[in-house]
Design a protein around this ligand. Sequence first.
Ligand code: AKG
Length: 267
Amino acid sequence: MSQSLRLALLQMQIEAGNVEANYAKLESMLEEAASGEKKPDVILFPEMWNTGYALTEIERIADRQGERTKALLSAFAKKHGVHIIGGSVAELREDGKVYNTIYAFDREGKVVSDYSKIHLFRLMEEEKYLAAGDKPGKLELEGAGAGMMICYDIRFPELARKLALEGAKLLFVPAEWPNPRLHHWRTLLTARAIENQMFVVACNRTGTSGDTSFFGHSLVLDPWGETIAEAGEEETIVYADIDLSLVDAVRTKIPVFEDRRPSVYGS
Ligand SMILES: O=C(O)CCC(=O)C(=O)O
């Protein structure tokens, strides 16, 4: 039985530190995605879309308890009857720390899951300004298991494997993945799709921030690792139709999960 979903990935430019511009940009791209002819079932956007990597001022500009983000995205999801994997936002919690957090909403606008980035990227000094999450990101989407990881997390295959073992058939990945590592981006995402035999839906930002430029190339991969959709470098909305029943077909044809030998190499 087919289980079709139409995805929309908002590959947006983000202005570091300009929170108002980023909310305005997101709202206009959301409206465009939901009001066009290709009505999506799920919308995903990039990592830290509310603030960008304005890390030195992150405590001041992060969303307090995610209130503004949750109000906006919940109302939007409900109005348009669409699932939202809310990219990620800089979120200031009551413990005074800033987390890099995804909120996921169902078609009624309810927050059904959240995930805070586990692996902080030291090359961009994230560990100096952000606190790390400590639980994997999981949700149910139209009856299917799904996982969430953020950007640098995709370098850790054990996390994607854990999500797959716990039922994920698709993996959502918001990112701010910069030049020059397009080869790593494509290769790591493709490996996560092939080894776990699941869909990988990855939304990167585009544009520049100081000296850093971002290449976009948001990507939707099927459980064979084949590309269903891939953006260029421009700001755009990427649409992709997927059929989740392909996951079971691939796992039956090459039964990787039955052939695993965790007694030899651990989980
Ligand atoms: O791992 C990489 O090369 C990029 C990761 C990154 O930019 C991030 O996690 O923000």
